[in-house]
Design a protein around this ligand. Structure first.
Ligand code: FAD
Length: 412
């Protein structure tokens, strides 16, 4: 048992991405005076992944703009950033983790913010022009490949696949986007919105093939040069991006005997997995006090806010984490925002015209608003937070009417 007080004990954060960086920063800003070690297997200090499929990939912003902190920034915060180091083992009884160089780090409090690794499909060859996108180095490679490519094949029309398709079109590349589901983004947004996105991508010249997979890879040396789709068509391509989601990195959680669920480390309202162990970000399955169920969300702002909350909680300054999940995706000139979490909804109420360039959809379950999606409509997102938070039945006709004031609905 440690004799040190919570404010000057040793915190080890594994994973120096969005959530890990936020946890380290918030710990210090909340007055924690002990040692903070931030272990990250990436050789770079934390950076903003959302740029990697958008502005950075298109060459619109320089590399230095993507970083959350530079090494000197961590030094100023008195955070020991251990970059390019992987934690390979964790021992709960010993309260220590082992790094890939064999050294060990004792902890009083451990934060798992390990994010995830891109999924790879078993039949996809690992060749020089076939890549995934998660890290800054991945984005640099994809940028280089795109510069000399005429036609990019993207496997998977989830957010990352769809955003890269949009960025590649903006740079004048031909894009073949292959999706196994009947419409893009259906898993995240439902069929109706999927059809809207299918239309938008086709209007921007993407060759989108849905309900389709690659059945044969045609290679020459170290490169894929064509694919055969399951309708028998042969398509020439210069480069391939595999964008079929991530596998959360759970190996340390398993070694620590933590409970896992929905693909992540199960944590309570205060993001705690076990005594002295917390988790945040893509890898955390959080019991959300507003929704009264476990949620695992793979989005930027959720990871940042959870990380900040963990930092504050460890420093003795935080309560249950109640932030409503929020994310955005930019494709072409379309800005999507989504607030809440609609795992299962029984009613979708539209506000505005789905064929227009600005509208919102409210997702309801048993009369309560679970989530709202807004296309080029930031105001509706802003005004909906209270509607979601209050957990009271809402007048659906009012939601659908563009002239009704959402603030009034939240007061009823
Ligand atoms: C290209 C791209 C675009 C995106 N765009 C958007 C967007 O527009 N909007 C949005 O909301 N979200 C977006 N996201 C998602 C968002 O970036 C993630 O949800 C967020 O980065 C998750 O943060 P995290 O800290 O949980 O994980 P990460 O940021 O992945 O950080 C985890 C870190 O842990 C490290 N790690 C893992 N295991 C170990 C170990 N054993 N030892 C040491 N280090 C370890 C990894 O190297 C990694 O750096 C995008 C993601 C990508 C890849």
């Amino acid at each position: 048992m440690s004799e040190r007080t919570p404010v000057d004990s040793q915190v080890v954060i594994v994973g120096a991405g969005a959530a890990g960086d936020a946890a380290a920063t918030a710990l210090r800003k909340s007055g924690f005076e002990g040692r903070i070690a931030l272990v990250g297997s990436d050789r770079h200090p934390a950076y903003q992944r959302p740029y990697l499929s958008k502005e950075f990939l298109r060459g619109e912003i320089a590399e230095e703009r993507v970083f959350l902190h530079r090494p000197e920034g961590y030094r100023e915060l008195n955070v020991e950033w251990l970059g390019g180091r992987r934690a390979v083992a964790a021992d709960r009884r010993e309260s220590s983790i082992t790094l890939d160089d064999g050294s060990s780090l004792p902890f009083d409090t451990l934060v798992l913010a390990t994010g995830g690794t891109p999924r790879w499909l078993p039949d996809v060859p690992r060749l020089s022009n076939v890549m995934a996108l998660r890290t800054l180095d991945d984005s640099v490679s994809l940028r280089q490949v795109l510069a000399t490519s005429r036609r990019l094949l993207v496997i998977g029309a989830g957010f990352i696949g769809a955003e890269v398709a949009a960025s590649a079109r903006a740079q004048g590349r031909d894009v073949l986007l292959v999706e196994a589901a009947p419409v893009p983004l259906a898993r995240a947004l439902g069929e109706e919105m999927g059809r809207v996105y299918a239309r938008i991508h086709r209007e921007h010249g993407v060759d989108l093939r849905t309900a389709t997979t690659v059945r044969r890879w045609i290679t020459r040396g170290e490169r894929v040069e064509a694919v055969e789709l399951d309708d028998g068509s042969r398509e020439e391509v210069d480069a391939v991006l595999v964008a079929v989601g991530i596998e959360p990195d759970l190996s340390l959680a398993r070694q620590l005997g933590l409970s896992t669920g929905a693909g992540g480390v199960v944590v309570d309202e205060r993001l705690q997995a076990a005594d002295g162990i917390y988790s945040a970000g893509d890898v955390a399955t959080h019991f959300h006090p507003t929704f009264q169920r476990h949620l695992r969300v793979e989005h930027w702002q959720v990871a940042r806010k959870q990380g900040e909350a963990v930092g504050r909680i460890i420093a003795g300054q935080g309560g249950p984490h109640e932030e409503i999940p929020w994310f955005w995706s930019d494709q072409y000139d379309v800005k999507l925002q989504y607030l809440g979490h609609a795992a299962g909804f029984d009613r979708a109420v539209r506000r505005g015209d789905l064929d227009g360039d600005r509208f919102s959809i409210f997702y309801l379950k048993d009369g309560l608003i679970e989530a709202v999606l807004a296309m080029n409509d930031a105001r509706t997102i802003r005004l909906s937070r209270e509607l979601i938070r209050r957990r009271r039945p809402v007048d659906a006709a009012g939601l659908a009417s563009e002239s009704a004031d959402l603030r009034e609905l939240a007061r009823v």
